[in-house]
Design a protein around this ligand. Sequence first.
Ligand code: PRX
Length: 671
Amino acid sequence: MPTASASESSSNQPESSNASGSIDHVLVEDRLFHPSAEFTAKAVISTEEQYEKLATAARENPDEFWRAEALEHLHWFEPFDTVCDWQPPHAKWFVGGKTNASYNCVDAHVAAGRGDRTAIIWEGEPVEDGKPRDQRTLTFAELQTEVAKCAEGLTQLGIGVGDVVSIYMPMTPELAIAMLACARIGAVHSVIFAGFSAASIAERNNDASAKLMITSDGLYRRGKILPLKETVNEALENSSTVEHCLVLRRTGEEVPMQEGRDVWWHDVVDSQPGEMAAKPLDSETPLFILYTSGSTGKPKGILHTTAGYNLWAKRTFQWVFDHREDDVYWCTADCGWITGHSYIVYGPLSAGATCLMYEGAPNFPAEDRFWDIVERHKVNILYTAPTAVRAFIKWGDEHVDKHDLSSLRLLGSVGEGINPEAWMWYHKKIGAEKCPIVDTWWQTETGGIMMSPLPGITPTKPGSCTRPLPGVVPSIVDELGNSVDSEHGGKLCISQPWPGMLRGIYGDEERFVEQYWSDVPNKYLTGDNARCDTDGYYWIMGRIDDVINVSGHRLSTIEVESALVSHPDVCEAAVVGRPDDCKGQAIAAFVTSNDRGHDDEFRKELKLHVRKEIGALAQPDDIRFTAALPKTRSGKIMRRLLRDVAAGRELVGDTSTLEDLSSLAKLQEED
Ligand code: PRX
């Protein structure tokens, strides 16, 4: 721990900074920001002793700790008898008990007499031509009825316990309702971000043997309509397990509906009585699958189950976001990613929080859209991504200055490391130097936040996700899996099971074991490198594998390569990340082709091809043609060298194993 304690501090001022207050060093970041005494006084965790007590109990006596947590924070239809059955790498939590995540998120609050509290404030994409904005609020009681109606509709469509439901929807309340309806009846949702292509949807449908798809006619994005149903129709041509498609009317556009397969939400859901109770489910009932990129071309279906995930999402939400009764909380993620699952739906709703949900883009109709929303809804807690913060910086302070942001008391960051410059801007411009920033490190696999400042007590250092939450026991190991001097860094592992941990990769036990549990016996391998400083603060240093992080989204370079190679005129492709001011990493592709000319038209065609194969988020930023890719004599592409070329850096390190230097030299000349 840093020596100065939070309670000694009276303001959120840096303890040390360079003369100009600007950042000229990134690696040696020694500034420390304390939460204000005022913030600390009201915080959920307000003393270092409180944190130590929780962390020690969770580390030294996990069974007792998690038993008490689960009994206090989840509703049990039947009590569990075993807290954690840990047979590495398989953990079962709260064995023997029956609960329901939909009950915990919705019914529990109605049963406790809080049914008229606002659960969701929804802000749709603004409609142009002076028409009113699209807005809706749902109380917990209203949400209960909507979720029950949807559950009844799903049941009518033949969906039951264990059936997989793919959801490809805009950020409307019905997306959260559909997720909770699945949870209510024990169906397993697989939310697919609504920017993925038909081929990506079909791949996920087939991998999970999805029985039902839920989508909408379309979605609004920056004033335009994106035709979701058309994309889904194309996907369904290659999704043989899908029996029905439930379609929400959102844009009102005419869409092709297939007789016998496709049904409208307003026919199947809206007409239901809305009385279906949540089904008591075994703790380990699968709750959802969420696909994420790994180091191969095939996305992994990360599996989370009911009780452990729900508890982790709820408690980490309460600890990290310091949730208080009347807060308006806004997480700007999309429910298509894990952040939306854990911190728009399951975490905040089971904590009874009022959660803002936003459909549109941050710069439509103007670059002040977020600040307009914060001001109008008096948002207290804002959770967003570094890529958004960097975009705000680029768009200019004037968009922020137009609005009163005084309602904000806490800021969060997720998805990638936040670089100190962006951290400082967020702190000063958005947080008015009074809001603690929680830089939260976690992954799809971890289910919820693993390392983060606790805003009432942890002095923050820009760029560090600080310390592990109670129950998280990190360790840093070297190439051989031996624990190392953590100051120098190494592979980040987690050495004790935690309730929110993934339970597997759907349908692929071998990959689950190989990917996460093989390098270091009985420790979960995160795939990130990290170091820990003398204060016990962790600094995430990027991925070990061929996964890149573009605007906070995980992408496998091999997925993009496979898409490129599927173009008939491409022979070989190598994809690497290169630094980008806004996105964090941009996608650089090196391509060898047949005798087709290397012109801009071909480049454009390839970009569109990747967009069609995977989705817009995977479209390469640069495409560079080359006569040959740099390879070792054994035929392995030397990505390290391409990364240097893509970044415009001097080539460093050993090139002696390279088969042919000439093409690389040529690529460098072109720079
Ligand atoms: O490399 C880490 C980076 O994002 C990866 C997880 O990506 P995903 O499963 O898509 O989940 C994103 C949202 C939780 C991690 O392995 N990452 C995420 N948050 C941070 C981060 N890197 C540094 N600092 C963070 N706060």
